[in-house]
Design a protein around this ligand. Sequence first.
Ligand SMILES: [Zn+2]
Length: 170
Amino acid sequence: MIIAMKILETIRNPSQDQLEFIISYGDRAIVPEIPRLYKLAKKAGREDLIMLLQSIWEKYGRPSPFECPKCGFRAVMPDYVCYVCGNIVSEKYVREKLGFDEKFKEYIKNASVAELNDVMNIGFVLLSEVDVRSPRYRVEASRHIYYPIHLLQSDIEKILEEIRGRKQEY
Ligand SMILES: [Zn+2]
């Protein structure tokens, strides 16, 4: 592992053999270098090494709940940028992948009117693979990755409808 890191440090453009060695024996230590190693493996057309990098990322990195549509790694961070290939994923894609509509419906049903008003003022919510939260939620305390989702007019209307419905109950 140490040797693999030494090679990585000293050689900017490793040969295929060296690249193979680094990825095969680098283990946890190469996580910070995955973006660079991915580029090199891609350039060399080494799908086998890319698969290996993927398993290292899954094991030691911070896998996102869905894949990057470009490189296939589960590495889309809360800023919508893929850690591995730098691809920027759209909010629409994340909404679909994590089933926003269903989770948002659930959220609206359970949040207080005060919180719903607050969320409308802020203009976005947080979405993970398990739920939707107010932006005031402390995401650092969670093991899930939360993505900010801007509220569309149709989302706002759903909130307003819920608030109106509750007023009628009293
Ligand atoms: Zn990617």
